[in-house]
Structures are given as structure tokens and as C-alpha cells.
Design a protein around this ligand. Structure first.
Ligand code: GLU
Length: 276
């Protein structure tokens, strides 16, 4: 049975781009002609508590329901599952594939920018820190993130593949993203870790999301192998662009579903506009 999910971060109003993503996930599970209905899940990705707001979550739920989507309750809210992420980090630590990184934001900001969902390639500054140096800094209370030692991890798992239903089979290339952060200093987990673990725990069989997140899938495939998680299939859909061809930010007020509803748009006209 196909199980898909829509996994928004409640950092703003639902806009046309995320509505497309939600409808895309819904259609894959519930609306493929000739195929039995599957399951559609909603997951609230609110680990970044400084940026997420409960009022955006309720507004999103209302807009999604208006679009005709129905999901199973209770929804998984990531902020309520920190223990799961901590346990996964312990397992990765036991395998020797994560290390503490004390670099500051300033150190990282000097590096080149990177696609959405992927931080800049980290030069590995803290990878070789000696155990006594780590202990000294931790004893001083220096904040640290946890990074994946991607080369060591890839050597442990051997070559990996993953399948996008539209684009075919990829050979996982996690090393080209460097040593990504798996636990941020401030929130103790990360997008990569939480999303991969949750998709497994929720039994998602088809991960659908924007093509801007395709590079992240290389990392997620590696995490699945390291943590013995189920391997779903993927579909990375095109992004809905604004008139200037830019990415739709949640703050683009005119394209907030809420405002489109008020200016007379219907779920049907919205679907037609999105080509769905
Ligand atoms: N929460 C992510 C976002 O809003 C999407 C996660 C995913 O689909 O993998 O961009």
C-alpha cells in the first residue's frame, strides 16, 4: 500500500508552492486511477521552535482541509519526539560515524551558499579533534553540533542506491555534501535526521517533495543504511515559481492560500491553476 506524507514546517501561511506539494502527496496516495487508495499522513516539522508557531499550524490545517485533504490523527509533531532523535544519534555514535563540531556560525557563514535543505560543504575542521581536546572543550561548556563523518559512514555501508520514480535509479553520493550536521547546537537534531527517521517510523513508502530537496536524498539514503531503516521510493516534483521565476517564499502574501481563498479562488480553480 502506498503511504505518502506532507511534512510542512509551520513558519508561515500555506502558500501556492506548498499547497502543490500537499496535493501532489495526496494524489499519489489517494488519487491514482486504477490503483487502490493508500494512506496520506500529515507531519508537523517543528523542531526549529524559534521559527515555528502553533497559529501557523492551525492555519495550515484549515487551508489543507479546505483543499479537500484528510489525514490521520494524531499527526506526528516532531517537537514531541526528541527522544527518538537522541536514540538514533546514540546509535550513530556507537558506530563511530558522528563527531562534535565546535565551529561557530561565523566560521560556517564564510563558506559558499548551498541549495535549500543542504548546508554549505563543511571543510572538516573538527573531524580530527583528539578525544582530550573534545573533553576539554565540552568541560568548558562550549556548545557543539554533531556532524556525520560522511566518508567513514559511506565506507561502512558500501555503495548504495535509491530510486526516484520519475528520474530512475541514483547511486547515493553523500560524500559530495561533506559532513552534514545531524544535531544542531540549538535543537539537538536536524532536518536530515528527523525526516529520515520519521518517514521510517511512520511507514512512508513514497516520499514526495520538491526537487530542491533532491540532493538531501543522498544523505537520507546513507542514514537509512546506517540505522537499518526502511528504504522508500521518491518523487521530487518541480517547484512552483513566482512570475519572476523565483522560489515561492512562505511570506509571499498574495500567494498565501488564505488570501487566494478570500479573493474567490476555489479548490477546483486552484488545482486547475496548478495543473493537477
Ligand atoms: N519540512 C520540509 C519543508 O518544509 C519538507 C520535508 C520533506 O518533505 O522532506 O521544506
Amino acid at each position: 500500500m502506498i503511504v505518502t506524507r506532507f511534512a510542512p514546517s509551520p513558519t508561515g501561511l500555506l502558500h501556492l508552492g506548498s499547497a502543490y506539494s500537499a496535493l501532489f502527496a495526496w494524489d499519489q496516495a489517494m488519487n491514482v486511477p486504477g490503483r487502490a487508495k493508500g494512506r496520506f499522513l500529515l507531519r508537523i516539522e517543528d523542531i526549529d521552535t524559534a521559527r515555528c508557531r502553533p497559529e501557523y499550524e492551525s492555519a495550515m490545517r484549515e487551508d489543507l482541509a479546505w483543499l479537500g485533504l484528510r489525514w490521520e490523527e494524531p499527526v506526528r509533531r516532531q517537537s514531541e519526539h526528541r527522544a527518538d532523535y537522541a536514540a538514533a544519534l546514540d546509535r550513530l555514535k556507537a558506530k563511530g560515524v558522528i563527531y562534535p563540531c565546535f565551529c561557530t556560525r561565523g566560521d560556517i557563514a564564510r563558506l559558499a551558499s548551498a541549495p535549500h535543505g543542504i548546508e554549505p560543504i563543511y571543510p572538516g575542521t573538527c573531524r580530527g579533534l583528539a578525544a582530550d581536546e573534545i573533553a576539554r572543550r565540552q568541560a568548558q561548556g562550549q556548545p557543539f553540533a554533531l556532524r556525520l563523518d560522511s566518508a567513514k559512514a559511506a565506507a561502512l555501508t558500501g555503495p548504495l542506491e535509491w530510486r526516484d520514480r520519475d528520474r530512475g535509479v541514483f547511486t547515493a553520493d553523500p560524500a559530495s555534501h561533506g559532513d552534514v550536521v545531524l544535531a544542531r547546537k540549538d535543537i539537538g537534531t536536524s532536518y536530515h535526521l528527523a525526516v529520515t527517521l520519521d518517514d521510517h517510523l511512520q511507514g512512508v513508502t513514497l516520499v514526495t517533495r520538491g526537487e530542491d530537496l533532491l540532493p538531501a536524498t543522498h544523505i537520507h539514503r546513507l542514514l537509512q543504511a546506517l540505522l537499518d531503516l526502511n528504504v522508500p521510493e521518491w518523487r521530487h516534483h518541480p517547484l512552483i515559481r513566482d512570475d519572476e521565476g523565483g522560489r515561492l517564499a512562505k511570506r509571499t502574501q498574495a500567494l498565501a492560500i488564505r488570501n487566494m481563498r478570500e479573493s474567490g479562488e476555489t479548490p477546483e480553480s486552484l488545482r486547475a491553476r496548478l495543473g493537477l
